[in-house]
Design a binder for this molecule. Structure first.
Ligand SMILES: NC(=O)c1ccc[n+]([C@@H]2O[C@H](COP(=O)([O-])OP(=O)(O)OC[C@H]3O[C@@H](n4cnc5c(N)ncnc54)[C@H](O)[C@@H]3O)[C@@H](O)[C@H]2O)c1
Length: 257
Protein backbone atom coordinates (compact mmCIF):
# COMPACT_ATOMS: atom_id res chain seq x y z
CA UNK A 1 0.00 0.00 0.00
CA UNK A 2 1.28 3.50 -0.81
CA UNK A 3 1.43 6.31 1.75
CA UNK A 4 3.81 8.02 4.14
CA UNK A 5 4.37 4.79 6.09
CA UNK A 6 4.52 2.32 3.21
CA UNK A 7 6.83 -0.57 4.16
CA UNK A 8 6.90 0.44 7.83
CA UNK A 9 5.63 -1.53 10.82
CA UNK A 10 4.15 0.17 13.90
CA UNK A 11 3.13 -1.02 17.36
CA UNK A 12 0.46 1.03 19.14
CA UNK A 13 -0.28 -0.07 22.71
CA UNK A 14 -3.84 0.22 23.99
CA UNK A 15 -5.20 0.68 20.47
CA UNK A 16 -8.64 -0.85 20.96
CA UNK A 17 -10.10 2.51 22.06
CA UNK A 18 -9.68 6.27 22.19
CA UNK A 19 -6.44 7.93 21.18
CA UNK A 20 -4.57 4.67 20.53
CA UNK A 21 -7.29 3.44 18.19
CA UNK A 22 -7.20 6.69 16.25
CA UNK A 23 -3.38 6.57 15.98
CA UNK A 24 -3.43 2.96 14.78
CA UNK A 25 -6.03 3.79 12.14
CA UNK A 26 -4.12 6.87 11.00
CA UNK A 27 -0.77 5.06 10.66
CA UNK A 28 -2.44 2.05 9.02
CA UNK A 29 -4.40 4.22 6.59
CA UNK A 30 -1.15 5.82 5.49
CA UNK A 31 0.53 2.52 4.73
CA UNK A 32 2.00 1.13 7.98
CA UNK A 33 1.36 -2.47 9.00
CA UNK A 34 0.07 -2.10 12.55
CA UNK A 35 0.21 -4.25 15.68
CA UNK A 36 -3.04 -3.42 17.48
CA UNK A 37 -2.50 -4.20 21.17
CA UNK A 38 -5.45 -4.66 23.50
CA UNK A 39 -5.98 -5.62 27.13
CA UNK A 40 -9.46 -7.09 27.37
CA UNK A 41 -11.77 -6.12 24.51
CA UNK A 42 -10.80 -8.16 21.43
CA UNK A 43 -13.95 -7.02 19.62
CA UNK A 44 -12.80 -3.39 19.86
CA UNK A 45 -9.31 -4.31 18.63
CA UNK A 46 -11.00 -6.09 15.71
CA UNK A 47 -12.80 -2.82 14.93
CA UNK A 48 -9.45 -1.00 14.77
CA UNK A 49 -8.11 -3.72 12.46
CA UNK A 50 -11.22 -3.61 10.22
CA UNK A 51 -10.97 0.15 9.83
CA UNK A 52 -7.30 -0.14 8.84
CA UNK A 53 -8.16 -2.87 6.34
CA UNK A 54 -11.06 -0.81 4.97
CA UNK A 55 -8.51 1.92 4.20
CA UNK A 56 -6.39 -0.64 2.32
CA UNK A 57 -3.88 -1.28 5.13
CA UNK A 58 -2.72 -4.25 7.16
CA UNK A 59 -3.04 -4.98 10.90
CA UNK A 60 -2.80 -7.79 13.41
CA UNK A 61 -4.39 -7.78 16.86
CA UNK A 62 -2.51 -9.06 19.91
CA UNK A 63 -3.51 -9.29 23.56
CA UNK A 64 -0.82 -7.97 25.91
CA UNK A 65 -1.08 -6.58 29.41
CA UNK A 66 1.54 -3.84 29.16
CA UNK A 67 2.23 -3.96 32.90
CA UNK A 68 3.90 -7.33 32.33
CA UNK A 69 7.31 -6.86 30.65
CA UNK A 70 7.31 -10.35 29.05
CA UNK A 71 3.88 -9.76 27.49
CA UNK A 72 4.64 -6.29 26.25
CA UNK A 73 8.02 -7.31 24.84
CA UNK A 74 6.29 -10.13 22.97
CA UNK A 75 4.61 -7.42 20.86
CA UNK A 76 8.03 -6.66 19.38
CA UNK A 77 8.78 -10.35 18.79
CA UNK A 78 5.43 -10.79 17.03
CA UNK A 79 5.89 -7.65 14.93
CA UNK A 80 9.18 -9.11 13.67
CA UNK A 81 7.81 -12.65 13.23
CA UNK A 82 4.49 -11.74 11.59
CA UNK A 83 5.16 -8.40 9.90
CA UNK A 84 8.89 -8.53 9.20
CA UNK A 85 10.21 -5.89 11.63
CA UNK A 86 9.19 -2.87 13.64
CA UNK A 87 10.05 0.77 12.87
CA UNK A 88 7.61 2.85 14.93
CA UNK A 89 6.59 2.39 18.56
CA UNK A 90 3.74 4.37 20.10
CA UNK A 91 3.55 3.94 23.90
CA UNK A 92 -0.08 4.92 24.35
CA UNK A 93 -1.70 2.60 26.92
CA UNK A 94 -2.52 4.47 30.11
CA UNK A 95 -4.74 4.64 33.16
CA UNK A 96 -5.40 7.21 35.87
CA UNK A 97 -6.76 6.77 39.39
CA UNK A 98 -8.47 9.50 41.35
CA UNK A 99 -7.74 9.87 45.08
CA UNK A 100 -6.54 12.57 47.45
CA UNK A 101 -2.83 11.92 47.99
CA UNK A 102 -3.37 10.81 51.61
CA UNK A 103 -5.85 8.12 50.51
CA UNK A 104 -4.05 6.71 47.46
CA UNK A 105 -3.45 2.94 47.72
CA UNK A 106 -0.31 1.02 46.86
CA UNK A 107 -2.30 -1.10 44.40
CA UNK A 108 -3.49 1.97 42.47
CA UNK A 109 -0.02 3.51 42.55
CA UNK A 110 1.47 0.30 41.10
CA UNK A 111 -1.20 0.07 38.41
CA UNK A 112 -0.74 3.68 37.28
CA UNK A 113 3.08 3.65 37.35
CA UNK A 114 3.34 0.22 35.73
CA UNK A 115 0.86 0.98 32.94
CA UNK A 116 2.05 4.47 32.04
CA UNK A 117 5.78 4.29 32.76
CA UNK A 118 7.21 0.81 33.34
CA UNK A 119 5.48 -0.50 30.21
CA UNK A 120 6.99 2.26 28.05
CA UNK A 121 10.43 1.58 29.57
CA UNK A 122 10.56 -2.15 28.85
CA UNK A 123 8.70 -2.09 25.55
CA UNK A 124 11.01 0.64 24.26
CA UNK A 125 13.99 -1.41 25.48
CA UNK A 126 13.06 -4.48 23.42
CA UNK A 127 12.08 -2.32 20.42
CA UNK A 128 15.51 -0.65 20.52
CA UNK A 129 17.47 -3.89 21.00
CA UNK A 130 15.94 -5.31 17.82
CA UNK A 131 16.62 -2.11 15.85
CA UNK A 132 20.24 -2.13 16.99
CA UNK A 133 20.67 -5.75 15.92
CA UNK A 134 19.27 -4.88 12.48
CA UNK A 135 21.16 -1.52 12.36
CA UNK A 136 17.94 0.26 11.46
CA UNK A 137 16.55 3.68 12.45
CA UNK A 138 13.34 4.02 14.45
CA UNK A 139 10.76 6.24 16.08
CA UNK A 140 9.49 6.16 19.65
CA UNK A 141 6.49 8.34 20.47
CA UNK A 142 5.10 8.37 23.99
CA UNK A 143 1.59 9.59 24.67
CA UNK A 144 2.20 11.46 27.90
CA UNK A 145 -0.15 14.25 28.99
CA UNK A 146 -0.23 17.94 29.83
CA UNK A 147 0.25 16.44 33.31
CA UNK A 148 3.86 15.59 32.51
CA UNK A 149 4.24 19.30 33.31
CA UNK A 150 0.99 20.68 34.76
CA UNK A 151 -0.29 19.80 38.24
CA UNK A 152 -3.42 17.65 38.61
CA UNK A 153 -4.54 17.52 42.24
CA UNK A 154 -5.94 14.12 43.30
CA UNK A 155 -3.99 12.37 40.53
CA UNK A 156 -0.51 12.36 42.09
CA UNK A 157 0.41 8.90 40.76
CA UNK A 158 -0.62 9.89 37.22
CA UNK A 159 1.50 13.06 37.43
CA UNK A 160 4.45 11.04 38.75
CA UNK A 161 4.10 8.56 35.88
CA UNK A 162 3.72 11.14 33.11
CA UNK A 163 6.47 13.33 34.60
CA UNK A 164 8.67 10.23 34.63
CA UNK A 165 7.78 9.65 31.01
CA UNK A 166 9.04 13.13 30.19
CA UNK A 167 12.49 12.45 31.66
CA UNK A 168 12.58 8.96 30.16
CA UNK A 169 11.97 10.52 26.74
CA UNK A 170 14.70 13.14 27.21
CA UNK A 171 17.21 10.57 28.38
CA UNK A 172 16.45 8.08 25.60
CA UNK A 173 16.70 10.81 22.97
CA UNK A 174 20.30 11.35 24.10
CA UNK A 175 21.19 7.67 24.31
CA UNK A 176 19.51 6.66 21.06
CA UNK A 177 20.32 9.66 18.87
CA UNK A 178 23.58 8.08 17.66
CA UNK A 179 21.52 5.10 16.43
CA UNK A 180 19.13 7.37 14.50
CA UNK A 181 16.26 6.46 16.78
CA UNK A 182 14.18 9.53 17.65
CA UNK A 183 12.17 9.81 20.87
CA UNK A 184 9.43 12.37 21.50
CA UNK A 185 6.37 12.85 23.69
CA UNK A 186 2.94 13.91 22.56
CA UNK A 187 1.11 15.53 25.45
CA UNK A 188 -2.66 15.72 25.02
CA UNK A 189 -4.88 18.06 27.00
CA UNK A 190 -8.53 17.09 27.48
CA UNK A 191 -9.53 14.67 24.73
CA UNK A 192 -12.95 13.17 24.09
CA UNK A 193 -12.25 9.50 25.00
CA UNK A 194 -13.46 6.83 27.45
CA UNK A 195 -10.78 7.78 30.03
CA UNK A 196 -12.80 10.99 30.60
CA UNK A 197 -16.25 9.44 30.88
CA UNK A 198 -17.00 10.74 34.39
CA UNK A 199 -15.89 14.26 33.38
CA UNK A 200 -18.00 14.14 30.21
CA UNK A 201 -21.04 13.24 32.32
CA UNK A 202 -20.52 16.16 34.74
CA UNK A 203 -21.68 19.28 32.85
CA UNK A 204 -20.65 21.97 35.39
CA UNK A 205 -17.16 20.46 35.66
CA UNK A 206 -16.87 20.11 31.90
CA UNK A 207 -18.00 23.71 31.33
CA UNK A 208 -15.41 24.97 33.85
CA UNK A 209 -12.70 23.02 32.03
CA UNK A 210 -13.79 24.34 28.64
CA UNK A 211 -13.44 27.89 29.96
CA UNK A 212 -9.74 27.11 30.60
CA UNK A 213 -9.14 25.94 27.04
CA UNK A 214 -8.38 28.85 24.70
CA UNK A 215 -9.76 26.94 21.69
CA UNK A 216 -12.96 26.35 23.68
CA UNK A 217 -13.50 22.67 22.94
CA UNK A 218 -12.26 19.23 23.88
CA UNK A 219 -9.77 17.63 21.54
CA UNK A 220 -10.72 14.64 19.41
CA UNK A 221 -8.53 11.53 19.16
CA UNK A 222 -7.80 12.48 15.53
CA UNK A 223 -6.24 15.77 16.73
CA UNK A 224 -3.67 13.68 18.60
CA UNK A 225 -3.22 11.13 15.82
CA UNK A 226 -2.24 13.74 13.25
CA UNK A 227 0.61 15.00 15.45
CA UNK A 228 1.78 11.45 16.11
CA UNK A 229 1.72 10.74 12.37
CA UNK A 230 3.93 13.76 11.74
CA UNK A 231 6.45 12.69 14.40
CA UNK A 232 6.48 9.14 12.99
CA UNK A 233 7.04 10.36 9.42
CA UNK A 234 10.20 11.12 7.45
CA UNK A 235 9.30 14.82 7.72
CA UNK A 236 10.23 14.67 11.43
CA UNK A 237 13.66 13.12 10.81
CA UNK A 238 15.44 15.89 12.74
CA UNK A 239 12.97 16.06 15.64
CA UNK A 240 13.96 14.37 18.90
CA UNK A 241 14.00 14.95 22.65
CA UNK A 242 10.95 17.18 23.04
CA UNK A 243 7.33 17.19 24.09
CA UNK A 244 4.63 18.42 21.71
CA UNK A 245 1.40 19.60 23.30
CA UNK A 246 -1.95 19.03 21.62
CA UNK A 247 -4.24 20.69 24.11
CA UNK A 248 -6.09 23.64 22.55
CA UNK A 249 -3.81 25.89 24.61
CA UNK A 250 -4.85 24.40 28.00
CA UNK A 251 -1.30 24.30 29.37
CA UNK A 252 -1.16 28.10 29.15
CA UNK A 253 -4.39 28.21 31.20
CA UNK A 254 -5.36 31.47 29.55
CA UNK A 255 -7.48 33.76 31.70
CA UNK A 256 -8.21 37.46 31.22
CA UNK A 257 -9.10 38.84 34.63
N1 LIG B 1 -8.20 11.51 26.95
C1 LIG B 1 -7.44 12.48 27.50
O1 LIG B 1 -7.96 13.55 27.85
C2 LIG B 1 -5.96 12.28 27.70
C3 LIG B 1 -5.21 13.39 28.07
C4 LIG B 1 -3.84 13.24 28.25
C5 LIG B 1 -3.26 12.01 28.08
N2 LIG B 1 -4.01 10.94 27.72
C6 LIG B 1 -3.31 9.66 27.55
O2 LIG B 1 -3.67 9.11 26.32
C7 LIG B 1 -3.51 7.68 26.40
C8 LIG B 1 -4.76 7.01 25.83
O3 LIG B 1 -5.87 7.30 26.65
P1 LIG B 1 -7.35 7.54 26.07
O4 LIG B 1 -7.73 8.89 26.41
O5 LIG B 1 -7.42 7.10 24.66
O6 LIG B 1 -8.22 6.60 27.02
P2 LIG B 1 -8.70 5.09 26.82
O7 LIG B 1 -9.12 4.64 28.18
O8 LIG B 1 -9.67 4.99 25.71
O9 LIG B 1 -7.38 4.36 26.35
C9 LIG B 1 -6.45 3.76 27.21
C10 LIG B 1 -6.08 2.45 26.55
O10 LIG B 1 -5.06 1.83 27.32
C11 LIG B 1 -5.39 0.47 27.44
N3 LIG B 1 -4.76 -0.12 28.60
C12 LIG B 1 -4.92 0.24 29.90
N4 LIG B 1 -4.22 -0.59 30.69
C13 LIG B 1 -3.62 -1.49 29.85
C14 LIG B 1 -2.77 -2.60 30.07
N5 LIG B 1 -2.39 -2.97 31.30
N6 LIG B 1 -2.35 -3.30 29.00
C15 LIG B 1 -2.73 -2.94 27.75
N7 LIG B 1 -3.52 -1.91 27.49
C16 LIG B 1 -3.97 -1.18 28.53
C17 LIG B 1 -6.91 0.45 27.55
O11 LIG B 1 -7.41 -0.85 27.27
C18 LIG B 1 -7.28 1.48 26.52
O12 LIG B 1 -7.36 0.91 25.23
C19 LIG B 1 -3.25 7.37 27.85
O13 LIG B 1 -1.86 7.17 28.05
C20 LIG B 1 -3.69 8.62 28.58
O14 LIG B 1 -3.01 8.81 29.81
C21 LIG B 1 -5.35 11.05 27.53
Amino acid sequence: MAGRFAGKVAIVTGSSSGIGQSIAIRLGSEGASVVVDFLNHPENADQTKSQIEAAGGKAITLQADVTKPAEVQNLVEQAHAQLGGCDILVNNAGVEKHAPFWEATEADYDLVLNTNLKAAFFLSQRFVQKLMEAKKPGRIINISSVHEDMVFPNFASYCAAKGGMRMLMRDLAMELGPYNITVNNVAPGAINTPINKSLLADKPKLDALLRNIPLGRLGEPEDVASLVAFLASDEAAYVTGSTYFVDGGLIRNYKEQ
